[in-house]
Design a protein. Sequence first.
Length: 275
Amino acid sequence: MMDARVPMEVRPLLYGFVRRLQEDWSGIVTGCYLYGSIALGEYVSGKSDVDFLAVTSRPLTSPETNRLARLHHDLTRDYACAAWLDGVYLPISDLGKTNREISPYPYCKRGILELSGYWDVNHVTWWLVKHRGIALIGSPPSQLPFTVTWEHVLTTMRENLVSYWAEKAATPHLLLSDEAVEFALCTMARILYTLQHRTIVSKQEALNAVDLAASPEWEKLRREAMRIRTGSGAPSLFATREERAEAVSRFLSRSIARSIHHVWQGGTDDETGIH
């Protein structure tokens, strides 16, 4: 029986995916798990990815990865929402490790299998699989043979803040589109919520819950993110995309600095809600 969190529109795809794995990959693919937006109860039709982890009994050979590519080609032919499949195929010996610790592996991006490379494998991924994952094949995710601590999660988030998000904050021209604005604001809200509450929730829940009284622009930015996310068709709350991008850039920079100070440098500031 499919987990109740799995939306009805993606169930035919997942039933077809699981059937192929069980029929054609028995003994090789020993587990398949959903994480990400579906596992967090945040799936948005036509927007959210269908994130999966497939566990293999051993590293796959080159002919096997070519065969997997044909499987994903068939899925995109037969199911429209297969174009939203994102996932990785990892041997059981690599569970719980990060990209810098393991060899390249097959991964699926927007329904297309890349034969070898690196994808979304970090401690946040492992925490979501372990604590929120949905088993399609195999044992419950809580029983998978790896451990992920909250310190692991914090390390990943700090690296993400000081590299990826610091670069985004420094380049407002990359924040002009509605899609970029929504992604930046929702993701940063989730990071801030995670740091404060020591758990990972959906972007929507974090967007609703995070309160930054020290950021005078936050409420306006929050409402702008909600406007984009809901597709209401209402006009932007900002006069121009450039003005909005600068506001998002300032918010990202402020959030990164305060997070580093309060979480990793032991600072305190009751206004931020980050301790």
